[in-house]
Design a protein around this ligand. Structure first.
Ligand code: ADP
Ligand code: MG
Length: 322
């Protein structure tokens, strides 16, 4: 397939929105955002062998490329609107591109995201997406406003994506329960961006981040930006029991506290807001768990269920080492 056939295949699938004045096809897109909103922009790249295992299904790569970007908008409390897509592919097989767009569009339709442009080149398999969304002025959830005394929360469960990756990179035998193993793999391949929860937490959460590199590493960014310290109970992290069916206690702690690829929201809120947080979670249909609290000081302090200090060998993923 030639480059322009490939682009046409992508264009024909893009969602229409009334605020897209001119979408794919010209030198650039023309977009009309609401005057009373701030524009929120995020970009994330997925490289084969780094962000997804070689051999990952094209539809899963398509889903994940958009999901990790929407997760950044969720962490800001933003409402998604538009995206662009840069595709680097070793070859232009129509079946691969069609399946990729299937997965991408499945999620785009859920959140009404219009694909408005991009770039297509030949090279190692790599996908880069930029998303644009809106938030009311002064209402974005940022990393820099956590306060000592705030409760620390996380959505959903942690560790299953890292567990799936561990099983597939060790070449280890699958999960003893194939259904549960498939559920872990789906958490790795098809993360759910917590858009509704992020929107609901505007005005309630004091700070928010999405967990992509690993809980302790990402929480460290909140602590640094806010000038506070976090205390986390690593044996209180949601999803622990399921991991203990396949991993020992120490391995489960590492997967949950430092594994990454969770795309859950980690956020802080004044302790008195616990009831409002529970209401947000119920409205968004996502469970949330209190996993610790913010204190005066700096850094992240992890403790096990017995109150002993606990430190993983590494707190999260870094592309160029520690
Ligand atoms: P130019 O040479 O002017 O940069 P291109 O030939 O790269 O334009 O792209 C033509 C049109 O197709 C542009 O509107 C561009 O945004 C869009 N486009 C190219 N690749 C993609 C892609 N992978 N996904 C979505 N839109 C794309
Ligand atoms: Mg041009």
């Amino acid at each position: 397939m030639a480059e322009f056939d490939l682009i046409e295949r992508i264009r024909s699938r893009a969602l229409a929105r009334e605020d897209v004045v001119l979408g794919i096809g010209d030198d650039a897109a023309l977009l009309q955002g609401p005057a009373d909103r701030q524009l929120v922009v995020a970009m994330d790249t997925l490289n084969e062998g780094v962000h997804f295992p070689v051999g990952t299904a094209a539809a899963d790569i398509g889903w994940k490329a958009l999901a990790v970007n929407l997760s950044d908008l969720a962490a800001m409390g933003a409402e998604p609107a538009w995206c662009t897509l840069s595709l680097s592919l070793p070859d232009a097989r129509a079946a691969w591109v069609d399946a990729f767009i299937d997965g991408f569009q499945q999620l785009a339709v859920q959140h009404r995201v219009a694909l408005v442009g991009g770039d297509t080149t030949r090279g190692p398999r790599s996908v880069c997406v930029t998303v644009h969304g809106f938030v009311e002025p002064h209402r974005a959830l940022r990393r820099d406003a956590a306060q000592a005394g705030d409760a620390l929360w996380v959505s959903g469960t942690l560790g299953e994506a890292a567990a799936a990756l561990a099983l597939c990179s060790e070449g280890a035998s699958a999960h003893p329960d194939p259904g549960e193993g498939a559920r872990w793999r789906a958490r790795l391949d098809r993360p759910t961006p917590r858009i509704e929860l992020g929107r609901a937490l505007r005005g309630i959460a004091s700070a928010c981040i999405d967990v992509s590199d690993g809980l302790l590493a990402d929480l460290g960014h909140v602590c640094r930006a806010s000038g506070v310290r976090a205390r986390v109970d690593v044996d209180a992290l949601p999803g622990r029991d399921a991991l203990l069916a396949r991993f020992d206690r120490e391995a489960a702690r590492r997967l949950q506290a430092a594994g990454g690829d969770d795309y859950e929201l980690c956020f802080t809120a004044p302790a008195a807001m616990a009831g409002c947080v529970a209401t947000c979670a119920a409205d968004a249909g996502v469970p949330v768990t209190c996993i610790g609290q913010m204190t005066a000081g700096s850094g992240v302090e992890a403790r096990d269920g017995a109150g002993r200090p606990w430190q993983p060998p590494r707190t999260g993923y870094q592309h160029f080492g520690a």
